[in-house]
Design a protein around this ligand. Structure first.
Ligand code: SF4
Length: 251
């Protein structure tokens, strides 16, 4: 299991936006999402194409800076070293944190967090199954489901797994959909794509947030997206961390 970074900030997106949270970013993902067109230069000089967290996705070019975790205490020590308010929220993100869903160290870490009273939220692409019966601790967790749209360029059968969406939304303590949307996609049949995903759990709330890795991009996509949300009855979610810290990482 690889940990890419950790930082204490506020949750900037979705239902729990504004909540002080300790973020653990795990390395690796089951997708590439090259359609998002973000490029990052690796230490070996290669410009790697992917999403805005390509440095936490692409093992080949970035894992030299990831930390290999072999004991749950290594993760618990991170938490303890921060000396944070009691039972602060914990956000597990990536990459895709659920690639470690069956890892005994990962599950044991989760169990300890929940036992200590932390609220744990997964930021996931919602395409990997979670064994709620074998690991009941997942029933105590929250899932922010950022199911990928066609603009990710991942195949439909991989990015939209209705059985997994249904399983997570019916078993977890709380779950919500979270989509990143740019002004252009609103006019390009985006509604059908969203419907294709949310039909697997129609009662789960939908949060739409503006695409953008910079403050300028977020601002330019916000107004058209607010109009779209008003029309469809979805919730608009800002991206507070980008508005406040722009494109800086680890905040
Ligand atoms: S699923 Fe998420 S973390 Fe993985 S490549 Fe796509 S956008 Fe990046």
């Amino acid at each position: 299991m690889y940990l890419v970074e950790h930082f204490y900030s506020i949750q900037g997106e979705g239902k729990y936006s504004g909540t002080p949270s300790l973020f653990f970013r795990f390395g690796g993902c089951n997708m590439k999402c090259e359609g998002f067109g973000c490029r990052e230069k690796a230490q070996d000089g290669v410009s790697v194409l992917g999403c805005d967290t390509v440095y936490a996705v692409n093992k080949e070019h970035f894992s030299h800076s990831w930390v290999l975790v072999e004991q749950r205490e290594e993760l618990l020590n991170v938490l303890e070293n921060y000396e944070l308010p009691n039972a602060v929220d914990i956000v597990l993100t990536g990459g895709e944190p659920l690639i470690y869903a069956n890892d005994e160290i990962f599950v044991s870490f989760l169990e300890e967090l929940v036992q200590r009273g932390h609220q744990v939220t997964f930021e996931t692409n919602g395409s990997l199954s979670v064994d709620f019966e074998k690991y009941p601790v997942y029933k105590e967790c929250i899932f922010a489901l950022s199911v990928k749209l066609s603009n990710s360029l991942e195949p439909l059968s991989k990015r939209v797994r209705g059985d997994i969406i249904y399983s997570i939304t019916s078993n977890a303590k709380d779950a919500f959909f979270k989509f990143s949307i740019d002004a252009e996609s609103i006019t390009l049949g985006l509604e059908d794509e969203i419907n294709e995903i949310i039909m697997h759990s129609p009662k789960t709330k939908v949060y739409c947030m503006p695409v953008g890795g910079t403050k300028e991009e977020v601002e330019s996509n916000s107004e058209p997206l607010i109009e779209f949300c008003k029309e469809k009855g979805y919730n608009f979610s800002d991206r507070l961390h980008i508005r406040v810290w722009d494109s800086n990482k680890g905040v």
